[in-house]
Write a protein that binds this ligand. Sequence first.
Ligand code: PLP
Length: 361
Amino acid sequence: MAADYDAINLSQGYPDFDCPDRLKELVAKHLYDGKNQYPPMAGILQLREQIAAKVKSYYGHVADPETEITVTSGATEALFDAVHATVTVGDEVIVFDPAYDCYEPAIQLAGARAIHIPLSVPDYSIDWERVRTAINEKTKLIIVNTPHNPCGSILTRSDLDNLAEVTRERNILVLSDEVYEHMVYDGLKHESVLSHDELKQKSFAVFSFGKTFHATGWKLAYCVASKEITTEFRKIHQFVTFTSASFIQYAIADFMVECPEHALDLPEFYEEKRNTFCRLIENSRLKFKPSKGTYFQLVDYSEISDKSDVDFANFITQERGVAAIPLTPFCETPPTTKIVRFCFCKDDSTLEQAAALLRDL
Ligand SMILES: Cc1ncc(COP(=O)(O)O)c(C=O)c1O
């Protein structure tokens, strides 16, 4: 719709700036060096070794690249594989609304049922009492997402302790969608399930190179899980895609060795973008609390309009020239709040043009 109405696109979550030049050179190098045939099913070993070094240094987790790391075609594939490796007809999966939109279709396709628990407003935290009540013998998987799309909230250490407690001595696995791991602000820390001794044994931890390297179109990601869980995960991965783009895997493996500062600099880079966007809309009638993580910012438009979030997103896209995403598609029950999501992983000039229009609302 943004394209149809020539609106500035702050809706879908992808950067309007390019990935690092050196990374593109490495992709071209490996493409022309003939790295163009099927890589191993789990991904090339060099890349899995780099991933192992990364999760060790960031999360203190020792993962065996041979048996505990699998490269996938985007986090979307990893999430699908994890769901299908875990649940079947009659099983239940707990998801938290608003929930990223690929969880439910994967659950349904496996014949299982998604149990939606709303996050508690205004800080979009998990109500662990509700989780305890929702769990029964059919519950086989809990999906968490931190930092959270679309809410920009993050799980705390105490959330991870609660997650460990509710799944303790039960046949329940955890699927932790951590694709925005490097986008956490204000001195806060990303709490990965891989840094939690109990959770790391029972979790699929999913990360995306697309988010980290500003290359969402390459669809390259990975899943870290124990050997037993990875064995089941690969049974699905083998027949969904078998493997993922070869030359990009070689390029990313080299880039991780050459430029470790890229990931280290990301929190500051995106915090600056968040601050710019928030400063630019500060004097508008949109109300917000700055995101703690991700490259999304929720805003409350209740001072401007009574419209539903879908109608308001349509209105500002079609008539005010800025595209936003409503929360309704992320929820089983449409939210009563007047909130939409903007994406700030854009050039400052894009954010300035969009904000000028938003200040007129
Ligand atoms: C929370 C979340 N999970 C997963 C994905 C999918 O990542 P990928 O592009 O690597 O498939 C996205 C993409 O927007 C996302 O926001």
